[in-house]
Design a binder for this molecule. Structure first.
Ligand SMILES: *Cc1c(COP(=O)(O)O)cnc(C)c1O
Length: 361
């Protein structure tokens, strides 16, 4: 048996073992070509079949309507921070954002290069420990941008903000894509770096409603137009073939488990196991996120002292519980329990946490 640990890293993150095994099994001979997928032309029929299946799986699993394009792009979710305003800003209209943490701020910063940005709500006053309520976007905005799950702070939207009917809602779903069932019609644009909840690093999933592809100024560099990639089904240039392939395997795996609705049940169960232990620890473990804003994916908490946190991370590591240190901007601890984290991983973690508390309080 190969050594495997429970990997709680925030991203790149754990992948389902059957996905890695399948990739390994097919590494040298993809689809009976006698070549690795890494070695074949992105114009070959074998590659094309795989590529189309990957996009169809996204459409099926997320219930994406026909009038949306599904794209596999490079440059990370971070490139979408500028591609969103570049492709959507029209007629000098302002752009509206909600600021729920580091990733929102980075998106806001890029928006400002293209015009007026309004931050309509923020949770910065309380270290981004909650998702603002009663968010109001105006009718006079080019788009409304939110970060659906805040990887660093462990907060997640559990209800989508309302937007005026002609304003596209744009959502960065990098760290929670397909963690629960959503109504995709509510969004104009969805984007997500694959390396947290869907696959490996190197590819970004971008989903855009057809009418929004037409807004981009003609003189925009070709590669930076969504329209270029949409029209060529993400085969305008050589895409990240291998990364798309691993996404395809992980989407197939998700489908076999019973699709996003089944995954959501498992995710709710995993999150409950962990939050229950935090809540019943008499404040030995203190959750960072307010209860109504808690993320299903990234569980952030503190211990009574930074010394105990360091000790807890180290003892966890010795038990093969890896990646529990919190993000440097808020410290503490963070367990990322993405779709690929099995329930047993979370159970092992909470057993360890209970024991650690007994020995250290
Ligand atoms: C990790 C992350 C990003 C950045 O993704 P890259 O692919 O590294 O550019 C953006 N948004 C959120 C919510 C993230 O968690």
């Amino acid at each position: 048996m190969v050594k495997r640990v429970y990997n709680f890293y925030a991203g790149p993150a754990t992948l389902p073992l059957p996905v890695l095994e399948k990739a390994q099994k097919n590494l040298l001979n993809f689809d009976d070509t006698g070549m690795s997928l890494m070695e074949i032309s992105h114009r070959s029929k074998e590659y094309a079949k795989m590529h189309t299946e990957a996009s169809s799986l996204v459409r099926e699993l997320m219930g994406i309507p026909d009038d949306y394009k599904i794209m596999w792009l490079q440059g990370g979710a971070s490139s979408q921070f500028y591609m969103v305003p570049l492709n959507l800003q029209v007629g000098k209209k302002p752009m509206e954002y909600v600021n729920t943490g580091v990733w929102s701020k980075k998106a806001i910063k890029e928006g400002k290069f293209y015009g007026d940005v309004k931050v309509v709500a923020s949770s910065e006053d309380e270290t981004f420990s909650y998702i603002p309520k009663d968010i109001e976007f105006s009718g006079n905005t080019a788009f409304a941008h939110i970060t659906g799950n805040n990887t660093i702070y462990g907060t997640e939207y559990h209800e989508w903000p309302k937007v005026p009917s002609d304003v596209p809602l744009v959502c960065d779903m990098s760290s929670h894509i397909m963690d629960s069932v959503i109504d995709s019609k509510k969004f104009g644009v969805i984007y997500a770096g694959a390396q947290k909840n869907m696959g490996p690093a190197g590819v970004t999933l971008v989903i855009v409603r057809d009418d929004l592809l037409e807004r981009v100024p003609e003189n925009t560099p070709t590669m930076q137009k969504w329209k270029t990639h949409a029209e060529k089904d993400s085969l305008f240039n050589t895409g990240p073939c291998w990364a798309i392939y691993i996404c395809k395997l992980s989407l197939e795996h998700l489908k076999e488990l019973g699709s996003v609705s089944a995954m959501e049940k498992i995710n709710r169960k995993k999150a409950k196991i962990l939050y229950d232990v935090i809540d019943s620890s008499n404040d030995f473990y203190k959750g960072h996120a307010k209860k109504d804003s808690r993320s299903l994916m990234n569980v952030t908490f503190n211990l009574p002292t930074p010394e105990l946190e360091t000790k807890c991370v180290a003892e966890g590591l010795a038990r093969n519980l890896v990646g529990l240190k919190g993000h440097r901007s808020i410290g503490g601890m963070r367990a990322s329990i993405y779709n690929a984290m099995p329930v047993e991983g979370v159970q092992t973690l909470v057993e360890f946490m209970k024991e650690f508390q007994e020995n250290n309080q």
